[in-house]
Write a protein that binds this ligand. Structure first.
Ligand SMILES: Cc1cc2nc3c(=O)[nH]c(=O)nc-3n(C[C@H](O)[C@H](O)[C@H](O)COP(=O)(O)O)c2cc1C
Length: 184
């Protein structure tokens, strides 16, 4: 292992594990927890698929249904925290982000790349989360209109690694990602 006191190497590890999640469906970072705050102030967390991770742009990408509650929450409070527990690397990654919501023509190119079988995840009647009289009282629309891309602009990354001894660091965009050690 490289020098455990090297912050730059630690950050490299974090991004490596994240980008792996985009390419490899079996990687831990494939399925981050995506946490937002509802318009009434309730914390809400759910699993998503990590669709993109760009260290150069400092962004992560998530695809969702524009009718889902998380989109309502993000319109009210455009911030999300993503969290990954990567058991192989013994690494917890927490990313604090501000989120921009993209729909319509803006995401036409992305929609072209969504396989037919996956399009069902976008658009439902009635809207996702609506109370229904039985389990199957809904229709999936597979609709480009509801396809929504969430671009998460990473503001800070916290890495916590359960090696012996444990180590934890925080890296902030507005500090140029230099990083600082924290007590784990
Ligand atoms: C393995 C897994 C992957 C999921 N991927 C996504 C996803 O990429 N985008 C998404 O909107 N929901 C995804 N979901 C469903 C969400 O966890 C959630 O149930 C749904 O988006 C509704 O959330 P909301 O009502 O808080 O908006 C996934 C669920 C699981 C279990």
């Amino acid at each position: 292992m490289s020098d455990p006191n090297n912050l730059a190497d630690f950050l490299d590890l974090g991004w490596q594990r994240l980008t792996r999640g985009v390419a490899d469906r079996h990687a831990a970072a494939r399925h981050p927890i995506f946490a937002t705050v509802s318009p009434t102030g309730q914390p809400e967390a759910r699993t998503v698929v990590l669709r993109g991770a760009s260290r150069a742009d400092g962004t992560l990408e998530v695809h969702t249904d524009g009718g889902s509650d998380k989109v309502k929450s993000l319109r009210a409070s455009p911030r999300a925290q993503l969290m990954v527990w990567d058991e192989k690397a013994k690494l917890q990654i927490r990313l604090s982000t501000s989120v921009t919501i993209h729909q319509g023509e803006d995401v036409a190119d992305r929609w072209k790349n969504v396989p037919d079988g996956s399009r069902i995840a976008y658009g439902a009647s009635p809207n996702p989360g609506t109370l229904i009289p039985n389990a199957h009282a809904y229709t999936k629309l597979a609709s480009r209109e509801w396809f929504t891309v969430l671009t998460c602009h990473v503001e800070s990354i916290e890495l916590m690694q359960l090696i012996d001894p444990h180590r934890r660091a925080v890296f902030k965009a507005n500090d140029g990602w230099v990083g600082e050690w924290r007590v784990p």
